[in-house]
Design a protein around this ligand. Structure first.
Ligand SMILES: [Zn+2]
Length: 335
């Protein structure tokens, strides 16, 4: 058996803390009352996570609130990179939304710089891993107009740091807020600026959103699993061969069990699947566990290796890094 659980393309910084660190930081920054015990905090996070998606997503308010200073964003990123390196990962793309970290005076540029700096320190201390940062535009408020300017600023600062730590842009948040189609011009602006783009679509929202994402020529789709709602959506995904950032454990709380998750059908039908953790803390998982869970469902080592190969080709890194990853996978499979 080969260990091909080496790549993460869909990993949210604010959902992937070391929970003890998050508790202590929450106390220090006054985000939770001083009398809160670790057990209280733990239960609060996971009770929130278990709610239906539209409510559960507010769990990120709890975690974003402790990342409002440069030093905290830098430290959280460094800690995540160190843990990923310890687990034997070769490459990870960590995402966050710079516009969610401005409550204490940081600009979006400073927030992005803090995460880029934390990743750079992580790579200096753990040279076995390479990291790229994805900045997220947000669905929040009633409709796209609500934070249009903030999203434009997200594009602008990402462009500024592209190739200097930032590797791409995403659209995340409440997928069902407003009309999904209204976000198309933002995606186009990012694409026109030469920024690689991924987009949460067909996760909690209707499967039809994957058609919108495809029409915007995004480079990858976050989740996309609701494309199974209609054969037409699935066929569009298959025909385009677009990489899907599938996050099985993260979705399982909203389906009955692992066996019912869309991943088995997507693999069977030949979709371009990559496997990811989404939120290591909230989903209580990591990439090794994602591979393990799929093995338990009967997915073969060859298929898991193919998902890793898919992730390498879909990564937003430069060609040199991509070739290094291909070589490492080849070595792993020949060992
Ligand atoms: Zn996500």
């Amino acid at each position: 058996m080969h260990n091909t659980a080496r790549i993460e393309l869909h990993l949210h910084l604010d959902g992937s803390f070391n929970i003890r660190w998050a508790y202590e930081k929450s106390l220090k920054r006054g985000v939770i009352p001083p009398e809160s015990s670790f057990v209280d905090y733990y239960n609060m996070l996971f009770e929130n996570n278990a709610k239906p998606h539209a409510q559960s997503i507010t769990k990120f308010d709890l975690t974003c609130n402790i990342l409002q200073l440069y030093e905290d964003l830098e430290e959280a990123t460094y800690d995540l990179v160190s843990r990923l390196a310890d687990m034997g990962l070769w490459y990870a793309e960590i995402r966050f939304a710079s516009q969610q970290h401005m409550k204490q005076g940081l600009t979006q540029k400073e927030a992005l710089q803090a995460v880029v700096d934390g990743a750079a320190r992580g790579m200096r201390d753990c040279p076995s891993i390479r990291i790229g940062i994805i900045n997220c535009m947000m669905h929040k408020g009633e409709n796209a107009a609500f934070n249009w300017e903030e999203n434009l600023e997200t594009i602008r600062v990402t462009k500024e740091l592209l190739g200097k730590g930032a590797v791409g842009i995403d659209l995340a948040g409440f997928e069902n807020n407003g009309d999904f189609k209204d976000y198309g011009p933002l995606i186009k602006t990012a694409k026109d600026a030469g920024i690689p783009v991924t987009c949460h679509a067909g996760e909690m929202g209707v499967g039809e959103h994957v058609l919108d994402a495809l029409s915007w020529n995004v480079d990858r789709i976050g989740h996309g699993v609701n494309c199974l709602q209609k054969e037409e959506y699935l066929n569009a995904i298959l025909d385009s061969h677009i990489p899907l950032e599938v996050c099985v454990s993260s979705n399982v709380k909203r389906t009955m069990n692992y066996a019912e998750h869309a991943v088995l059908t997507l693999l069977e039908r030949g979709a371009n699947v990559t496997l990811n953790s989404d939120n290591m803390m909230f989903a209580r998982t990591n990439i090794a566990n994602e591979h393990y869970q799929l093995r338990m469902l009967g997915v073969t080592d060859d298929t898991l290796a193919q998902c890793t190969a898919n992730a390498i080709e879909a990564a937003f890194c430069d060609e040199e890094t991509k070739q290094m990853l291909r070589d490492r996978l080849k070595q792993e499979l020949e060992s």
